[in-house]
Design a protein around this ligand. Structure first.
Ligand code: SAM
Length: 260
């Protein structure tokens, strides 16, 4: 089953989100043993938040994205970069050729898929010994200002939750039977960001948008008011990038192709 969620309303503001912690991206690429020039498929590539650092590491990237408005932002951001090609598709039905990629990544998009189906599709398009990876940026909710933002959201959106985007991804990967035991990676970094841009980026928060419904704009405005009261021109926001990566098992069962 393909579960495409329409990100169009969130596309423009998404560009202003904090980047993934660079050390985690580096560790992920090391664990997946990819080298400059290797071909990666970035699923749900959106505004190229992960595609861009993959390209900076010298990888070639096939970026797959179902939402035209998100794809347009991503294509603009990576225009002129060598080695990137954009495709329409989903994590469950990417349209990419079998056995082709050293690494398949899901930057904040794995939770948008039917995850077992996306894992099957990933295993199909991975080259022998290739890796699956998924990652998210989690705001540190223990930070005093972020705790107040969180409180404000819960007051206005009763029952607000993060779904699977803040949960351990190991069980679903292990249950697929398609991958070696996953490796979990994480790293925390405080990003100093223009406060106005950080507030604007809330308009890209689909998890909140879905649950707030018609109150979404009002909640974003209230976050803006709070941040303006509490900070100056800049805001320090601690994020933890959490990633999981796992090597595709050899479908013949010998697992002889684990190393290349
Ligand atoms: C939160 S954004 C992440 C964008 C970008 N990869 C990043 O790292 O910031 C989630 C993206 O997943 C896309 N998406 C929605 N349903 C999807 C599906 N079934 N398969 C792959 N991507 C999907 C959305 O259109 C959106 O661009």
């Amino acid at each position: 089953m393909t579960t495409t969620f329409d990100y169009s309303p969130y596309a423009v503001a998404y560009r202003e989100r904090a980047e993934y912690v660079p050390g985690v991206v580096r560790a992920l690429l090391r664990t997946a043993a990819v080298r400059p020039g290797d071909l990666v498929c970035d699923m749900g590539a959106g505004s190229a938040h992960l595609t861009a650092p993959l390209l900076e590491h010298g990888l070639r990237v096939d970026a797959v994205e179902p939402t035209p408005a998100m794809r347009a932002v991503g294509e603009r951001r990576t225009a002129g970069a060598p080695g990137v090609t954009w495709y329409e598709g989903t994590g469950e039905a990417s349209g990419r050729p079998a056995g082709h990629y050293r690494l398949v990544t899901f930057g904040s998009s794995f939770d948008r898929t039917d995850r077992p189906a996306a894992l099957r599709e990933t295993a199909r398009i991975l080259a022998p010994g290739g890796h699956f990876a998924c990652l998210w940026n989690h705001r540190d909710l223990d930070d005093p200002l972020q705790a107040r933002v969180e409180e404000l959201i819960h007051e206005r959106v009763p029952g607000y939750g993060y779904g699977v985007r803040r949960t351990d991804q190991r069980p679903v990967i292990e249950e697929s039977g398609l991958f070696a035991p996953p490796v979990a990676l994480s790293g925390r970094q405080v990003f100093r960001l223009p406060a106005a841009a950080w507030v604007r980026a809330w308009a890209s928060h689909a998890t909140l948008g879905e649950q707030a419904g018609p109150r979404f704009a009002e909640v974003c405005d209230a976050i803006g008011d709070l941040v303006r009261r509490e900070t100056g021109e800049w805001i320090d926001v601690p994020y933890t990038t959490r990633a999981w990566t796992a090597r595709r098992l050899d479908p013949r069962g010998t697992d002889a192709d684990a190393r290349r």
